[in-house]
Design a protein around this ligand. Structure first.
Ligand SMILES: *[C@@H]1O[C@H](CO)[C@@H](O)[C@H](O)[C@H]1NC(C)=O
Ligand SMILES: *[C@@H]1O[C@H](CO)[C@@H](O)[C@H](O)[C@H]1NC(C)=O
Ligand SMILES: *[C@@H]1O[C@H](CO)[C@@H](O)[C@H](O)[C@H]1NC(C)=O
Ligand SMILES: *[C@@H]1O[C@H](CO)[C@@H](O)[C@H](O)[C@H]1NC(C)=O
Ligand SMILES: *[C@@H]1O[C@H](CO)[C@@H](O)[C@H](O)[C@H]1NC(C)=O
Ligand SMILES: *[C@@H]1O[C@H](CO)[C@@H](O)[C@H](O)[C@H]1NC(C)=O
Ligand SMILES: *[C@@H]1O[C@H](CO)[C@@H](O)[C@H](O)[C@H]1NC(C)=O
Ligand SMILES: *[C@@H]1O[C@H](CO)[C@@H](O)[C@H](O)[C@H]1NC(C)=O
Length: 653
């Protein structure tokens, strides 16, 4: 196959294109350094240190690209990287610690150090971050008596184990031992959620006994009286996030001298994440907004004692099923792209806001102290390739669980993906279907194998689905977990959602008020879809796309070794005819696609591709009868955003 990136390749013939590089071995970090603060300044080895920070979470970016992104951070003028860590990826099952690949937090911090960047660690354990359940592992939902973000023994115990295990990995990287980690955040915007100081003090105790004596801790909260009161912790430096005007609130509402110190805006928003929906545009800053960033930076950087962190410097991707959601009488689901409109876009390329911010920072730092900007690698195009229907999802069901009443996804031992609930009707029923309390989150309803409606909690008032069923009819409720809620504010009536992470069906399914009994349930976590690649021969003909149940498609494309023997370029993978589903490349779950937008293609890092070889693409299309034309995949060098009507819910509001 011919790849159409010839003109872009002109830009890439340069010695500067030095990544990917192997991780260097741990650098000799030299002697301990001291990081402290007084009332007006952070002090690094006794000298005032203005934090010019930006956020990047390593677990959202392919590790082979970490150095490239960090070089670009340094080249924008940043001196510090702020990072969340996602507990659910580090400990996917209780007691199973996974710290390799994108979870090699220590490896990321070492590269940052090599690139002359300091680190501010934000370990949560709750981190919000538009991630599933704010980073909490789904297995916490099954621990008896455990209430997250609350002072109770099971939660404090699980949190302690997590923090202590994380510390084992990053211990030598503390600044007390000469490493790059300057500060550690306590909880995350806790004041927006609660005001239980016993909880935050207990968490502080865990952090204090885990990290070296002399570690600087801080809290970060919204700039309201109640958020600062709820989230600040005696003895811990209190800081704000949001607009720089929040500094006034910090000065006003934080009066305990043990919480006062230099000013830091720990999350200055460089824009915001995208939410799926036909009327939700892609968020990115226009020139007016960028001018606002510049003027705020002028204000902050002109005052050597004020510090800032840009949230996000680089967002990256919520790969697979890792995105979170909001609940506001409707589920608001973050897209797989976490582009965020950030200075470095989802694919790590430089934007207008990057250039404007760099020019501004340059005015305030020593001449020549900011390195040159590394070149953007080109993106590649992949010509259209055919996607062949292979098998219907419901032909691949494994072992079922039988129960009188429906069990939640978590009770079935499942964390992410889809769950199918089946009921054979034993008594005539008619009326509207209630899939438990409210749909969690998008329920496709089939009767005798035919889709008859969708109840989608992404709408405030999804229309009722009415049925009239007789004895022997087969009812199927196919429930998609769209991501657990990651944020609720005490200012809203939705706070209970944090303690209610349950997906699938929670409560009874009723039709016309009659409770249905005797369920057969199938978990579909889709963590390993290699079985789709392994289907051969006659089985392939089993996929009948005239039916309207979900279908797996597969296809492949080859990439040449034009760029290098070791790696391929990135592309944006589009499934133009598709309605809604997920895409896997070489077995890796890239994320969701959904015609409604605003995301219309998935970031496919070259790190997942096999140069000079065949790359396998598997697509699960939820509504094969509605695809618009031939199912193909193609790789775009230039991303397009856009919205389309939701044909499943034209009357939804
Ligand atoms: C904090 O330390 C810096 C550097 O030594 C000094 O310039 C500044 O005056 C100190 N601030 C206070 C309030 O002591
Ligand atoms: C905090 O702990 C104290 C002492 O054990 C107790 O009296 C108080 O009720 C606790 N506060 C909360 C909000 O649980
Ligand atoms: C920190 O200080 C306490 C008492 O001041 C001491 O018991 C403890 O061992 C110290 N911890 C470390 C890691 O040095
Ligand atoms: C810097 O900011 C601090 C805190 O707001 C303020 O007290 C001080 O006057 C400012 N200095 C300058 C030079 O603007
Ligand atoms: C669905 O059934 C409910 C009663 O269960 C009724 O109020 C409603 O009008 C019906 N909707 C439609 C579209 O038939
Ligand atoms: C489901 O219905 C059964 C029978 O009416 C009832 O006993 C049970 O409490 C219900 N479960 C829930 C969670 O409402
Ligand atoms: C495919 O599904 C359609 C609709 O249910 C049905 O009419 C047709 O017979 C099926 N074809 C095969 C080959 O099973
Ligand atoms: C793609 O790569 C595979 C594996 O190396 C090879 O067998 C196949 O011929 C290639 N196809 C094309 C169109 O180059």
């Amino acid at each position: 196959m011919r790849l159409l990136h010839a003109f872009l390749l002109i830009a890439c013939v340069s010695e500067d294109l030095s990544f990917p590089q192997a991780f260097a071995s741990p650098v000799n970090t030299g002697g301990p350094s001291s990081f402290t603060y007084n009332r007006t300044n952070f002090l690094l080895n006794g000298m005032p240190y203005q934090i010019i920070g930006g956020q990047m979470d390593p677990q959202r970016v392919p590790p082979q690209y970490w150095r490239d992104r960090l070089k670009k951070a340094r080249a924008m003028g940043l001196n510090t990287i702020f990072s969340y860590v996602f507990w659910n990826m580090l400990e996917p099952q209780q007691g199973n610690w996974v710290n390799t690949g994108e979870n090699n937090i220590a490896g990321f911090f070492r590269i940052a150090e090599e690139e002359q960047l300091k680190i501010v660690l934000r370990p949560g354990p709750y981190i919000c971050g538009e991630r599933d359940w704010g980073g909490f592992p789904a297995w916490l939902a099954g621990v008896p008596g455990l209430v997250v973000r609350d002072y109770n023994a099971p939660f404090m115990q699980a949190s302690r184990r997590f923090i202590e295990r994380l510390a084992v990995d990053i211990r030598e990287l503390q600044s007390t031992r000469g490493g790059p980690i300057l500060m550690v955040q306590v909880e995350n915007e806790y004041g927006s959620y609660g005001r239980d100081h016993n909880y935050t003090s207990a968490l502080l105790d865990i952090l204090r006994t885990t990290f070296d004596n002399g570690t600087v801790f801080y809290t970060n909260d919204g700039s309201e009286d109640w958020t600062l009161e709820g989230g600040s912790v005696p003895g811990v430096l209190a800081e704000i996030d949001g607009g720089v005007m929040g500094f006034d609130a910090l000065e006003r509402y934080i009066t305990d001298p043990s919480q006062k110190g230099p000013l830091l805006d720990g999350e200055y928003y460089t824009f915001t994440a995208d939410i799926w929906g036909p009327s939700n545009p892609h968020n990115s800053p226009g020139s007016g907004t960028i001018a606002g960033f510049v003027s705020d930076l002028d204000y902050v950087l002109g005052n050597k004692s004020v510090s800032i962190s840009l949230y996000m410097f680089h967002g990256g991707t919520n790969f697979g099923f890792s995105n979170g959601a909001l609940w506001q009488d409707q589920t608001r689901v973050w897209t797989s792209s976490y582009d965020y409109g950030a200075p470095l876009d989802e694919s790590g390329r430089i934007t207008d806001s990057y250039n404007a911010i760099r020019q501004t920072i340059q005015k305030y730092v020593e001449v020549g102290s900011i390195p040159d900007v590394p070149l953007n690698l080109p993106m590649m195009e992949v010509p259209e390739f055919k996607l062949q229907p292979v098998i219907q999802l419901f032909e691949t069901l494994g072992k079922n669980t039988l129960a009188e009443f429906p069990m939640s996804m978590e009770a079935l031992g499942q964390d992410y993906g889809f769950t199918l609930y089946e009921n054979i009707i034993t008594w005539p029923v008619s009326g509207s279907i209630q899939p438990g309390g409210h749909a969690r989150d998008r329920v496709i309803i089939y009767v005798n194998g035919n889709r008859i409606g969708i109840i989608d909690s992404e709408y405030k008032n999804p229309p009722a689905v009415n049925v009239s069923l007789g004895i022997g009819d087969k009812l199927q409720l196919f429930v998609e977990n769209l991501g657990r809620v990651n944020y609720y504010s005490r200012g809203t009536p939705y706070q209970n959602r944090v303690t209610d992470p349950y997906k699938g069906i929670v409560g009874n399914v009723t039709i016309g008020g009659i409770v249905l009994q005797d369920w057969s349930m199938f978990t579909l976590p889709l963590a390993d879809i290699s079985f789709v690649d392994n289907i051969v021969g006659d089985a392939v003909e089993a996929a009948n796309t005239s039916q309207n149940t979900p279908v797996f498609y597969r296809g492949c494309f080859n990439v040449t070794k034009e760029f290098s023997d070791l790696m391929e370029l990135d592309t944006y993978l589009a499934i133009p005819a598709g309605v809604k589903g997920n895409v896997w490349v070489n077995g890796f779950n890239l994320g969701r696609y959904w015609r409604v937008g605003p995301q219309q293609s998935l970031y496919l890092p070259g790190t997942l591709l096999k140069p000079g070889d065949e790359n396998q693409v598997v697509v699960l299309e939820l509504e094969p009868d509605r695809v618009k034309g031939e199912m193909v995949g193609k790789g775009l060098a230039q991303r397009e955003w856009g919205n389309n009507l939701d044909e499943d819910c034209l009357t939804c509001t």
